[in-house]
Every structure is written in structure tokens, then in C-alpha cells.
Design a binder for this molecule. Structure first.
Ligand SMILES: NC(=O)c1ccc[n+]([C@@H]2O[C@H](COP(=O)([O-])OP(=O)(O)OC[C@H]3O[C@@H](n4cnc5c(N)ncnc54)[C@H](OP(=O)(O)O)[C@@H]3O)[C@@H](O)[C@H]2O)c1
Length: 284
């Protein structure tokens, strides 16, 4: 059985590859990557490294040839680009006769108010229309997204947020990636949707966890969106990214990431990595 990973040289995909290599023969693993030179280490371990660039759909035919189970890691560009790229990947999977698609989606993709949800809604739809059975991994929120806030708190700043009491199902990127590896290495053939989420927690709760790890009191500064944008601009967030970081706070405030599900721990067959351990790793 051939398992292929797109994004295998990215942060998420490289963990999936590392986990799979513990149980799957390297020769059964394909890394479909846009920069094969970045995958030299995987190649040295016997992984079949192939050139697969979502922006060059013709490369994907060879990259996905003979593949039974394919992980499509969502790409990282703007929304319009990602929709085109993901469509190219799904179309190529159909041409190559891929048997099962695993896709990294977003929490509650159908209803989510997150600015990045339309990309995932569209991609889930492409996959459904392809007729290929699938697993949608609706990853909630990487704890790593909060690295900036955690470092700021360490440096003595308050935990800044405009998300109010909105809850987030944080889990570590590694936990999400290990769950992806479980699904890929398994023999599931039916279409399934996993809402992969940690126990929903507020910003104040994560700030308290961070304070516990640091052994210091952490103040939480709740502000409105305009103040959040202006403080973030002062902290060096680029102008173009400001609407995005503010929109994320707003969506969290509206409950977009407040998803209760034990799908993640069921797939992992173990408790999730505690937030305190994740925070501790982020603090180095
Ligand atoms: N739920 C969350 O909280 C959360 C947080 C962050 C990201 N995400 C999503 O999850 C994805 C994976 O996260 P990550 O941390 O692993 O991010 P990442 O390291 O930026 O991974 C993105 C991957 O997409 C690949 N890619 C980009 N354009 C491509 C193209 N034209 N053709 C083929 N591959 C292409 C990149 O290839 P290279 O290795 O060559 O750069 C990279 O491996 C992100 O892209 C994003 O969609 C979710």
C-alpha cells in the first residue's frame, strides 16, 4: 500500500512522515513536494521523493501515480490561490486513481465564520464531488499559533486579546499530525469527518496555563478589535496581516473554534499532550 504526503517538507507534513516511518516501510511512502531538494533527508531514509507542485498540475500526475492513500496538506497562500491549488490536487488524485484522500481542513468547516473557512469548504466540496472516499481532518487550532503571545508574556507583557470569553480547541501541531498518520496508516475506506480538537479553553485559561509554566502571574488585557489591531501594529505585525489577526480574534469571540469533540484523543488512543507541556516546549 502506497501512502503519499503532500507538504511533506512542511512543519505538519514532516511530523506525519516521521511518525509513519516508525511503522510503514520507507519504500511505501511517497513525499510529493514542490522542492525535492528540501526532502533530501527523507530520500536518504528510502522515501520515494517526487516533484509535485500544486501550481504545476502536470507534475502531480507522476507524483500521485500508484498511490493508494493520499494526504493533501492544505497550502499556505492566499484564499484564491489555495482554492486553485487544492482543486489541482484533487483533480490529479482522480486522474491517478487514488483510493483515499485525507485532507487537513478547518473546525466545523460547513458553518465556520473564520476567514480561512471558505477555502476548506470549497476543498471539501471538490473532494466530495471527486467520488474518492475521504477523511476530513478538521484541525481546530495549533497551540503553536500562540507562540507570539506566549513569548510576549515571558518578556513581561500581558496576554492581549479581543476574543473575550471565546473558547479554542487548542492542541499541539504534533498531536494533529500524529492523528493524520493514524488515519493514513489505517485501513479505513469509508468517508469520515473528524473534528480534531482539544478541550475548548478561553484566552484567560491559556494565559493561566502559561503563567503556571513560567511560575509568574499573567495579566490578561481584554481590548476591542481596534485596540488589538493598533497594539499588534506597534508590536510589528505587518499592515497586511492586521485584518487577519483581528478577524481571528473576532471568530474566536463568536465561538468558531469552540468545538467539543473527543475525535482527536480517540484517534491517538491516548490523552492529548497537555497544554502546559505544549507551552513549555514553545518556551524552549
Ligand atoms: N489549524 C491551524 O491552527 C493551522 C495553523 C497553521 C496552518 N494551518 C494549515 O495547515 C497547513 C500545514 O501547516 P504547517 O504548519 O505544516 O504549515 P507549512 O509548514 O507552511 O506547510 C505548508 C505546506 O504546503 C506546501 N505547499 C505550499 N505551496 C505548495 C505548492 N504550490 N505545491 C505543493 N505544496 C505546496 C509547503 O511546501 P514547502 O515545504 O515547499 O514550503 C509546505 O510543505 C498550512 O498550510 C495551513 O493550511 C492550520
Amino acid at each position: 500500500m502506497k501512502i503519499a504526503l503532500t507538504g511533506a517538507t512542511g512543519q505538519f507534513g514532516s511530523i506525519v512522515a516521521e511518525v509513519l516511518l516508525k511503522t510503514v516501510p520507507a519504500g511505501n511512502l511517497v513525499a510529493s513536494v514542490r522542492q525535492p531538494e528540501k526532502a533530501a533527508e527523507l530520500q536518504a531514509r528510502g522515501v520515494d521523493v517526487r516533484h509535485g507542485d500544486f501550481d504545476q498540475p502536470e507534475t502531480l500526475d507522476a507524483a500521485f501515480a500508484g498511490v493508494d492513500r493520499l494526504l493533501i496538506v492544505s497550502a499556505d497562500g492566499d484564499n484564491e490561490t489555495r482554492v486553485r491549488q487544492h482543486k489541482a490536487a484533487v483533480d490529479a488524485a482522480v486522474r491517478a486513481g487514488v483510493g483515499y484522500i485525507v485532507y487537513t481542513s478547518v473546525a466545523d468547516a460547513e458553518n465556520s465564520s473564520l476567514f480561512l473557512a471558505p477555502v476548506h469548504r470549497a476543498t471539501e466540496e471538490f473532494i466530495r464531488e471527486s467520488g474518492i472516499p475521504y477523511a476530513f481532518l478538521r484541525n481546530n487550532w495549533y497551540l503553536e499559533n500562540e507562540a507570539g503571545s506566549i513569548q510576549a508574556v515571558k518578556a513581561g507583557a500581558p496576554w492581549l486579546t479581543s476574543a473575550g470569553e471565546g473558547k479554542v480547541g487548542w492542541a499541539t501541531r504534533r498531536d494533529y499530525a500524529e492523528a493524520a498518520a493514524v488515519v493514513l496508516a489505517g485501513d479505513g475506506k469509508d468517508s469520515v469527518i473528524y473534528e480534531l480538537s482539544g478541550t475548548p479553553a478561553t484566552q484567560a485559561e491559556l494565559a493561566a496555563v502559561t503563567g503556571g509554566v513560567l511560575g509568574q502571574e499573567v495579566a490578561v488585557q481584554q481590548v476591542d478589535d481596534a485596540a488589538y489591531a493598533s497594539i499588534m501594529a506597534g508590536a510589528g505585525v505587518p499592515e497586511a496581516a492586521l485584518p487577519i489577526v483581528v478577524a481571528i480574534q473576532g471568530a474566536i469571540r463568536d465561538g468558531a473554534l469552540d468545538i467539543k469533540s473527543d475525535d482527536l484523543q480517540k484517534l491517538l488512543n491516548r490523552p492529548l499532550t497537555p497544554l502546559s507541556e505544549g507551552v513549555s516546549q514553545l518556551l524552549g
